[in-house]
Design a protein around this ligand. Structure first.
Ligand code: AMP
Length: 118
């Protein structure tokens, strides 16, 4: 069973922020911003490659509620999902990173020079 399925099954503790029948939001154990919350479906889905349109619609609604709940809706935030090796996905259970609470940096994501690919 994967790490996040264990959180769903309460076999591993998580610092939960919000939960409904289909999704859980909990604080990332290694935060990269003042607010760094992970949103996962309770059903095991490996990555964004495999998510259904219906689940995305429901998860969007859940995240919109979450950002209001943690008071970053108007100050701004970023929603990221890493996919596969190049995307840097470590946990193979779909999750969205919700980052905020301070001005977030934006910059190069790779050592490869993007201009070489123009
Ligand atoms: P990713 O690299 O996109 O797969 O992100 C996985 C994230 O899960 C990382 O930001 C980790 O810090 C986080 N993480 C790993 N284990 C736990 C845990 N037990 N509780 C909360 N967050 C975790």
């Amino acid at each position: 069973m994967c790490l996040f399925c264990k959180i769903v099954n309460n076999e591993i503790a998580a610092n939960k922020v919000m939960e409904d029948d289909n999704f859980i939001a909990f604080h990332d154990i290694n935060p990269k911003a003042p607010v760094h919350i992970l949103v996962i479906p309770k059903i095991h889905v490996e990555s964004f490659n495999d998510v259904s349109s219906q689940m995305m619609a429901d998860m969007t609604h859940f995240i919109q509620k979450l950002v209001g709940h943690v008071d970053i809706k108007t100050s701004g935030y970023r929603v990221i999902t890493n996919v596969g090796d190049n995307g840097g996905q470590e946990v193979k259970h779909l999750h969205f990173h919700v980052l905020g609470g301070a001005k977030l940096r934006w910059g190069h994501f790779t050592d490869a020079d993007p201009k070489d690919y123009l």
